[in-house]
Design a protein around this ligand. Sequence first.
Ligand code: NQM
Length: 377
Amino acid sequence: EVTRRGSQTAVPCLFMRGGTSRGPFFDARLLPEDPGLRDAVLLAAMGSPDARQIDGVGGGHPLTSKIGLVRPASAAGADLEWTFAQVQPDGRTVDTSSNCGNMLAAVVPFALETGMITAAGDRTTARVLTLNTGMVAEITVATPAGRAGTRHVAYEGAARVDGVPGTASPVEIGFLDTAGSVTGSLLPTGRTRDTLDVPGLGPVDVTLIDNGQPLAIVAAGRLGATGYESPSEIDADQELRDRVEALRLVCGEAMGLGDVSARNYPKMTLVAPARNGGTLSTRSLIPRVCHQSIGVLAAVTAATACVLDGSVAHELATAVRGTDPTVSVEHPSGSFDVTLVRDAADPRRVTRSALLRTARLLMAGDVLVPRSVWDPA
Ligand code: NQM
């Protein structure tokens, strides 16, 4: 329940890590229905716009400036529905138009913690609809019985996610039909490769693809990078970032997304041959700073590009074999394995993907927003 606390409004909130991202999760039913007011509350909670988000709970980086809004599903076909909201630390908008598979990993633990769903056995599976794009995922978490026989979400375990220290309990995620999440089709230009004329760069070969996250995939070498830089090296290289952004704006138009200058996508994926036994090396800009690892649906989409003949990724990738290959996407803090299930009759069609994440409840309480922003009383 939303209450008053002195001069502020207290909104119940669980602060959670989902995969390699982190942010506040709310029961969506407790927030204002009016979208403008809701966004004002979320911006105030995060402390945006401000690069450091010093007056809020955002962490000053896109990966720690993410929000989950969860509620029980309103229609058959899912148990839960949620909206993912991205706030750029210094931004004034709350973008709910694309997916986040990392924050998704915390949705089922959140729903169990808040009693929206109850544990079914040692493992609990729920179907989660992401309202941003209509994507459905089947998610399984460990819910062992405690001493009093009651079940709780297990956070400790042996699963390892590169980019998160230590090990934790596995969150298994299966995606169905993620193609065209934002752009409407897997290959929004209808081709596995396009040559785009980019101001200041000339013709650049890219693969424009969306299997859950709109990506522009480009050979790192074509932009004057190796593809093995650290995220801080990329973030410090303003000229490289300017080239990436110039390319991104052209890619956005080519993907039918219009002017993407204020958008959080397409994510720019610089690729190079794998160096650590994986399939392909990636550096992902989301979209203007470099990801410390890679997004979940970005990894699914990059993995999908690896199995598409003719794509920029396929050309540089180690060959994968089998109908349902596991593609290992290398990134700055390790690698991300994605199992792709392909249509036996048409191996170019990826029908499902499966992967592993972990999540943890970090803090439980209220987020306080000034009453001048929202006074529900
Ligand atoms: O692509 C970061 C993240 C993401 C997105 C971003 C994600 C996904 O790591 O599904 O997970 O691309 O802004 O949280």
